[in-house]
Design a protein around this ligand. Structure first.
Ligand code: NAP
Length: 318
Protein backbone atom coordinates (compact mmCIF):
# COMPACT_ATOMS: atom_id res chain seq x y z
CA UNK A 1 0.00 0.00 0.00
CA UNK A 2 1.04 3.62 -0.45
CA UNK A 3 1.96 5.32 2.81
CA UNK A 4 3.70 8.41 4.11
CA UNK A 5 6.53 7.22 6.32
CA UNK A 6 8.60 9.20 8.82
CA UNK A 7 12.08 7.73 8.83
CA UNK A 8 13.86 10.40 10.89
CA UNK A 9 12.51 13.04 13.28
CA UNK A 10 12.71 16.56 11.86
CA UNK A 11 11.04 18.81 9.30
CA UNK A 12 8.10 18.10 6.97
CA UNK A 13 10.55 17.00 4.25
CA UNK A 14 11.15 13.88 6.37
CA UNK A 15 7.65 12.63 5.51
CA UNK A 16 8.34 10.38 2.54
CA UNK A 17 6.10 8.46 0.15
CA UNK A 18 6.74 4.69 0.36
CA UNK A 19 5.19 1.39 -0.70
CA UNK A 20 4.60 -0.61 2.48
CA UNK A 21 2.97 -3.94 3.09
CA UNK A 22 -0.72 -3.82 3.89
CA UNK A 23 -1.48 -4.59 7.57
CA UNK A 24 -2.93 -8.05 8.25
CA UNK A 25 -6.16 -8.35 10.20
CA UNK A 26 -5.90 -9.63 13.75
CA UNK A 27 -8.56 -10.86 16.19
CA UNK A 28 -10.96 -8.08 17.15
CA UNK A 29 -9.57 -5.73 14.49
CA UNK A 30 -10.88 -4.37 11.22
CA UNK A 31 -8.83 -3.39 8.18
CA UNK A 32 -10.09 -0.07 6.81
CA UNK A 33 -9.50 1.32 3.34
CA UNK A 34 -8.67 4.93 4.22
CA UNK A 35 -10.66 7.45 2.19
CA UNK A 36 -9.58 10.53 4.15
CA UNK A 37 -7.34 11.31 7.12
CA UNK A 38 -7.03 14.60 8.92
CA UNK A 39 -3.91 16.31 10.21
CA UNK A 40 -3.57 17.29 13.86
CA UNK A 41 -0.92 19.31 15.74
CA UNK A 42 -0.01 16.04 17.47
CA UNK A 43 1.30 14.83 14.09
CA UNK A 44 3.82 17.63 13.64
CA UNK A 45 4.84 17.40 17.30
CA UNK A 46 5.59 13.68 16.80
CA UNK A 47 7.29 14.42 13.46
CA UNK A 48 9.66 16.95 15.08
CA UNK A 49 10.61 14.54 17.85
CA UNK A 50 8.23 11.81 18.96
CA UNK A 51 10.56 10.33 21.55
CA UNK A 52 8.49 11.90 24.36
CA UNK A 53 5.55 9.73 23.23
CA UNK A 54 7.63 6.57 22.87
CA UNK A 55 7.50 6.73 19.06
CA UNK A 56 10.02 4.49 17.33
CA UNK A 57 11.08 4.99 13.72
CA UNK A 58 10.13 4.35 11.00
CA UNK A 59 6.52 5.25 11.72
CA UNK A 60 3.39 6.20 9.80
CA UNK A 61 1.83 9.21 11.53
CA UNK A 62 -1.84 10.22 11.63
CA UNK A 63 -4.77 9.47 13.97
CA UNK A 64 -8.04 10.33 12.21
CA UNK A 65 -9.76 8.21 9.58
CA UNK A 66 -12.88 7.92 7.56
CA UNK A 67 -13.03 4.91 5.31
CA UNK A 68 -14.54 1.62 4.23
CA UNK A 69 -14.16 -1.71 6.02
CA UNK A 70 -12.11 -4.00 3.78
CA UNK A 71 -11.73 -7.03 6.01
CA UNK A 72 -12.81 -8.05 9.51
CA UNK A 73 -10.68 -10.07 11.91
CA UNK A 74 -11.80 -13.12 13.91
CA UNK A 75 -14.23 -12.22 16.68
CA UNK A 76 -15.43 -8.95 15.15
CA UNK A 77 -19.19 -8.55 15.42
CA UNK A 78 -19.98 -4.92 14.78
CA UNK A 79 -18.89 -4.36 11.18
CA UNK A 80 -18.79 -6.16 7.85
CA UNK A 81 -16.96 -5.60 4.57
CA UNK A 82 -18.17 -2.42 2.86
CA UNK A 83 -19.34 -0.58 6.01
CA UNK A 84 -18.38 3.09 6.17
CA UNK A 85 -16.71 4.07 9.45
CA UNK A 86 -14.81 6.90 11.12
CA UNK A 87 -12.68 7.01 14.27
CA UNK A 88 -9.51 8.24 15.94
CA UNK A 89 -6.81 5.77 16.93
CA UNK A 90 -3.47 6.04 18.69
CA UNK A 91 -0.41 4.84 16.78
CA UNK A 92 -0.12 1.19 17.78
CA UNK A 93 2.67 -1.33 18.27
CA UNK A 94 2.95 -1.73 14.48
CA UNK A 95 3.75 1.99 14.22
CA UNK A 96 1.09 2.37 11.57
CA UNK A 97 -0.95 5.54 11.65
CA UNK A 98 -3.50 6.79 9.19
CA UNK A 99 -1.38 8.50 6.48
CA UNK A 100 -1.77 5.37 4.37
CA UNK A 101 -4.14 3.56 2.03
CA UNK A 102 -5.10 1.03 4.73
CA UNK A 103 -5.35 1.20 8.50
CA UNK A 104 -5.88 -1.51 11.11
CA UNK A 105 -7.96 -0.63 14.16
CA UNK A 106 -9.70 -2.36 17.02
CA UNK A 107 -13.37 -2.44 16.04
CA UNK A 108 -14.37 -1.06 19.45
CA UNK A 109 -13.02 2.39 18.49
CA UNK A 110 -14.95 2.78 15.22
CA UNK A 111 -18.48 4.02 14.63
CA UNK A 112 -20.62 4.14 11.52
CA UNK A 113 -19.99 7.22 9.38
CA UNK A 114 -23.20 9.26 9.06
CA UNK A 115 -24.35 9.07 5.44
CA UNK A 116 -24.98 12.82 5.49
CA UNK A 117 -21.23 13.46 5.76
CA UNK A 118 -18.64 13.11 3.03
CA UNK A 119 -15.50 11.12 3.85
CA UNK A 120 -13.57 14.40 3.98
CA UNK A 121 -16.01 15.90 6.47
CA UNK A 122 -16.07 12.78 8.62
CA UNK A 123 -12.26 12.57 8.79
CA UNK A 124 -12.09 16.12 10.12
CA UNK A 125 -13.97 15.31 13.31
CA UNK A 126 -12.75 12.43 15.48
CA UNK A 127 -9.67 13.59 17.41
CA UNK A 128 -10.65 17.26 17.67
CA UNK A 129 -14.31 16.51 18.37
CA UNK A 130 -13.68 13.83 20.99
CA UNK A 131 -11.15 16.10 22.71
CA UNK A 132 -13.60 19.01 22.77
CA UNK A 133 -16.36 16.80 24.20
CA UNK A 134 -14.13 15.17 26.79
CA UNK A 135 -12.82 18.55 27.96
CA UNK A 136 -16.13 20.44 28.01
CA UNK A 137 -18.44 17.80 29.41
CA UNK A 138 -16.67 14.72 30.80
CA UNK A 139 -14.13 16.80 32.69
CA UNK A 140 -15.45 20.36 32.58
CA UNK A 141 -19.12 19.65 33.45
CA UNK A 142 -20.13 22.68 31.36
CA UNK A 143 -23.84 23.35 31.65
CA UNK A 144 -26.73 25.60 30.72
CA UNK A 145 -26.31 29.27 31.56
CA UNK A 146 -22.57 29.16 32.27
CA UNK A 147 -20.09 31.52 30.63
CA UNK A 148 -17.02 30.03 28.97
CA UNK A 149 -13.99 31.55 27.27
CA UNK A 150 -12.61 29.32 24.50
CA UNK A 151 -9.07 30.23 23.48
CA UNK A 152 -8.33 29.64 19.75
CA UNK A 153 -11.90 29.44 18.51
CA UNK A 154 -10.91 28.97 14.87
CA UNK A 155 -8.64 25.99 15.52
CA UNK A 156 -9.54 22.35 14.96
CA UNK A 157 -10.63 21.81 18.56
CA UNK A 158 -11.90 25.34 19.25
CA UNK A 159 -14.19 25.45 16.21
CA UNK A 160 -16.00 22.31 17.39
CA UNK A 161 -15.93 23.32 21.07
CA UNK A 162 -17.77 26.57 20.29
CA UNK A 163 -20.60 24.65 18.61
CA UNK A 164 -20.84 22.13 21.46
CA UNK A 165 -20.77 24.78 24.19
CA UNK A 166 -23.49 26.81 22.46
CA UNK A 167 -25.65 23.71 22.02
CA UNK A 168 -25.28 23.07 25.76
CA UNK A 169 -26.73 26.52 26.44
CA UNK A 170 -23.55 28.27 27.53
CA UNK A 171 -22.59 31.87 26.77
CA UNK A 172 -19.44 31.59 24.67
CA UNK A 173 -16.57 34.05 24.33
CA UNK A 174 -13.78 33.01 21.96
CA UNK A 175 -10.41 34.31 20.82
CA UNK A 176 -8.97 34.22 17.29
CA UNK A 177 -7.08 36.42 14.85
CA UNK A 178 -8.97 39.15 12.96
CA UNK A 179 -9.21 37.16 9.71
CA UNK A 180 -11.14 34.41 11.51
CA UNK A 181 -13.58 36.65 13.37
CA UNK A 182 -16.52 35.96 11.00
CA UNK A 183 -15.99 32.22 11.11
CA UNK A 184 -15.91 32.15 14.91
CA UNK A 185 -18.95 34.38 15.16
CA UNK A 186 -20.87 32.21 12.66
CA UNK A 187 -20.00 29.11 14.68
CA UNK A 188 -21.99 30.67 17.51
CA UNK A 189 -19.60 32.68 19.67
CA UNK A 190 -21.44 35.48 21.48
CA UNK A 191 -18.30 37.59 21.63
CA UNK A 192 -15.11 37.33 19.60
CA UNK A 193 -11.78 38.73 20.81
CA UNK A 194 -8.79 39.32 18.55
CA UNK A 195 -6.00 38.01 20.77
CA UNK A 196 -3.35 39.58 18.55
CA UNK A 197 -4.39 43.21 19.08
CA UNK A 198 -6.67 43.22 22.11
CA UNK A 199 -5.81 42.70 25.75
CA UNK A 200 -7.87 39.51 26.18
CA UNK A 201 -8.52 40.05 29.90
CA UNK A 202 -9.75 43.60 29.35
CA UNK A 203 -11.87 42.56 26.35
CA UNK A 204 -13.52 39.79 28.37
CA UNK A 205 -14.21 42.27 31.19
CA UNK A 206 -15.90 44.63 28.77
CA UNK A 207 -18.26 41.82 27.72
CA UNK A 208 -19.08 40.27 31.09
CA UNK A 209 -18.78 43.40 33.27
CA UNK A 210 -18.49 42.62 36.96
CA UNK A 211 -19.30 38.95 36.49
CA UNK A 212 -16.57 36.36 36.09
CA UNK A 213 -16.13 33.35 33.84
CA UNK A 214 -17.29 29.92 34.97
CA UNK A 215 -14.98 28.03 32.64
CA UNK A 216 -11.87 28.70 30.54
CA UNK A 217 -10.89 26.26 27.79
CA UNK A 218 -7.20 26.60 26.97
CA UNK A 219 -6.26 25.06 23.61
CA UNK A 220 -3.17 27.27 23.22
CA UNK A 221 -0.80 26.63 26.13
CA UNK A 222 2.04 28.93 27.23
CA UNK A 223 0.80 31.66 29.53
CA UNK A 224 -2.89 31.18 28.65
CA UNK A 225 -3.82 29.64 32.00
CA UNK A 226 -2.01 32.34 33.97
CA UNK A 227 -3.56 35.12 31.92
CA UNK A 228 -7.07 33.73 32.35
CA UNK A 229 -7.06 33.51 36.14
CA UNK A 230 -8.07 37.07 36.95
CA UNK A 231 -11.30 36.75 34.95
CA UNK A 232 -12.27 33.33 36.33
CA UNK A 233 -14.63 33.19 39.27
CA UNK A 234 -13.50 31.59 42.54
CA UNK A 235 -14.25 27.89 42.23
CA UNK A 236 -14.28 28.18 38.43
CA UNK A 237 -12.80 25.57 36.11
CA UNK A 238 -9.88 25.65 33.71
CA UNK A 239 -9.72 22.97 31.04
CA UNK A 240 -6.39 22.72 29.26
CA UNK A 241 -5.38 20.42 26.43
CA UNK A 242 -2.13 22.28 25.81
CA UNK A 243 -0.71 23.24 29.22
CA UNK A 244 3.02 23.48 28.86
CA UNK A 245 4.18 25.11 32.08
CA UNK A 246 2.95 25.43 35.61
CA UNK A 247 1.59 28.74 36.76
CA UNK A 248 -0.45 27.34 39.54
CA UNK A 249 0.06 29.63 42.54
CA UNK A 250 -2.95 31.88 41.96
CA UNK A 251 -5.08 28.97 40.76
CA UNK A 252 -4.37 27.29 44.10
CA UNK A 253 -5.39 30.33 46.12
CA UNK A 254 -8.65 30.72 44.12
CA UNK A 255 -9.55 27.04 44.54
CA UNK A 256 -9.69 26.62 40.78
CA UNK A 257 -10.50 23.22 39.34
CA UNK A 258 -7.71 22.68 36.83
CA UNK A 259 -8.26 19.78 34.44
CA UNK A 260 -5.34 18.73 32.26
CA UNK A 261 -6.84 16.65 29.49
CA UNK A 262 -5.17 14.06 27.31
CA UNK A 263 -7.71 12.42 25.01
CA UNK A 264 -8.77 8.90 26.03
CA UNK A 265 -10.15 7.48 22.80
CA UNK A 266 -13.41 5.58 23.02
CA UNK A 267 -16.45 4.60 21.02
CA UNK A 268 -18.64 6.43 23.55
CA UNK A 269 -17.01 9.76 22.63
CA UNK A 270 -17.51 9.02 18.94
CA UNK A 271 -21.17 8.26 19.65
CA UNK A 272 -21.58 11.69 21.29
CA UNK A 273 -20.29 13.21 18.03
CA UNK A 274 -22.66 11.19 15.85
CA UNK A 275 -25.59 12.27 18.03
CA UNK A 276 -24.65 15.94 17.61
CA UNK A 277 -24.20 15.43 13.86
CA UNK A 278 -27.57 13.69 13.56
CA UNK A 279 -29.44 16.46 15.38
CA UNK A 280 -27.74 19.17 13.35
CA UNK A 281 -25.86 20.67 16.30
CA UNK A 282 -22.36 19.99 15.01
CA UNK A 283 -20.94 20.85 11.61
CA UNK A 284 -17.47 20.03 10.30
CA UNK A 285 -15.20 23.01 9.70
CA UNK A 286 -12.79 22.30 6.85
CA UNK A 287 -9.85 24.62 6.24
CA UNK A 288 -8.45 22.83 3.19
CA UNK A 289 -8.13 19.45 1.48
CA UNK A 290 -4.85 18.09 0.11
CA UNK A 291 -3.89 14.77 -1.46
CA UNK A 292 -1.97 12.31 0.73
CA UNK A 293 1.36 12.93 -1.00
CA UNK A 294 1.18 16.64 -0.03
CA UNK A 295 1.03 15.91 3.69
CA UNK A 296 4.23 17.93 4.23
CA UNK A 297 2.36 21.02 3.03
CA UNK A 298 -0.48 20.19 5.40
CA UNK A 299 1.98 20.11 8.31
CA UNK A 300 3.43 23.46 7.26
CA UNK A 301 -0.06 24.93 7.05
CA UNK A 302 -0.82 23.90 10.64
CA UNK A 303 2.55 24.97 11.97
CA UNK A 304 2.17 28.42 10.43
CA UNK A 305 -1.08 29.07 12.38
CA UNK A 306 -4.16 30.79 11.08
CA UNK A 307 -6.08 27.63 10.16
CA UNK A 308 -9.86 27.73 9.94
CA UNK A 309 -10.92 24.32 11.26
CA UNK A 310 -9.25 21.20 9.93
CA UNK A 311 -6.79 20.36 7.19
CA UNK A 312 -7.82 17.02 5.66
CA UNK A 313 -5.91 14.59 3.43
CA UNK A 314 -7.84 12.95 0.63
CA UNK A 315 -6.39 9.46 0.38
CA UNK A 316 -8.80 7.94 -2.16
CA UNK A 317 -11.51 9.43 -4.39
CA UNK A 318 -15.04 8.33 -3.53
N1 NAP B 1 -4.44 16.95 25.09
C1 NAP B 1 -5.04 16.40 24.04
O1 NAP B 1 -5.54 15.26 24.06
C2 NAP B 1 -5.10 17.21 22.79
C3 NAP B 1 -6.02 16.87 21.77
C4 NAP B 1 -6.12 17.70 20.64
C5 NAP B 1 -5.27 18.81 20.53
N2 NAP B 1 -4.36 19.07 21.52
C6 NAP B 1 -3.47 20.24 21.43
O2 NAP B 1 -4.29 21.41 21.49
C7 NAP B 1 -3.73 22.44 20.68
C8 NAP B 1 -4.77 22.95 19.70
O3 NAP B 1 -5.14 21.91 18.81
P1 NAP B 1 -5.96 22.23 17.48
O4 NAP B 1 -6.16 20.96 16.76
O5 NAP B 1 -7.15 23.06 17.82
O6 NAP B 1 -4.88 23.14 16.72
P2 NAP B 1 -5.03 24.02 15.37
O7 NAP B 1 -6.15 23.50 14.56
O8 NAP B 1 -3.68 24.09 14.78
O9 NAP B 1 -5.47 25.46 15.89
C9 NAP B 1 -4.63 26.21 16.73
C10 NAP B 1 -5.03 27.68 16.63
O10 NAP B 1 -4.51 28.36 17.78
C11 NAP B 1 -4.67 29.74 17.52
N3 NAP B 1 -3.74 30.48 18.35
C12 NAP B 1 -2.39 30.47 18.32
N4 NAP B 1 -1.92 31.25 19.30
C13 NAP B 1 -2.99 31.75 19.96
C14 NAP B 1 -3.16 32.61 21.09
N5 NAP B 1 -2.11 33.10 21.74
N6 NAP B 1 -4.42 32.89 21.51
C15 NAP B 1 -5.48 32.39 20.86
N7 NAP B 1 -5.39 31.57 19.79
C16 NAP B 1 -4.16 31.26 19.35
C17 NAP B 1 -4.52 29.94 16.05
O11 NAP B 1 -5.74 30.55 15.66
P3 NAP B 1 -5.86 31.90 14.79
O12 NAP B 1 -5.79 31.43 13.39
O13 NAP B 1 -7.18 32.51 15.09
O14 NAP B 1 -4.68 32.76 15.12
C18 NAP B 1 -4.42 28.49 15.52
O15 NAP B 1 -5.09 28.35 14.32
C19 NAP B 1 -2.47 21.82 20.02
O16 NAP B 1 -1.35 22.15 20.80
C20 NAP B 1 -2.74 20.32 20.10
O17 NAP B 1 -1.56 19.54 20.09
C21 NAP B 1 -4.27 18.30 22.63
Amino acid sequence: MKAIVLEAFGGPENLVYRLNSKPRVEPGMILVKVMAASVNPLDYKLRRDGAWAGIELPVILGSDVSGIVEEVGPGCTRFGKGDEVFYTAAIDKHRMGTYAEYHLVHESLAVTKPSSLSFIEAASLPLAGCTAWQALFDRGRLHLGETILIHAGAGGVGSLAIQMAKAAGARVLATCRKANRDLVSNLGADAVIDYRVEDVTRAVRSVIGSEALDVVFDTVGGTTIANSLSILKPGGRILSIAASDSVLGTAYRKNIDLHLIYLCRSRQLMEHLTTLLANGTLHPVIDSVLPLDRVGEAHKRLEAGGVRGKVVLEVAKS
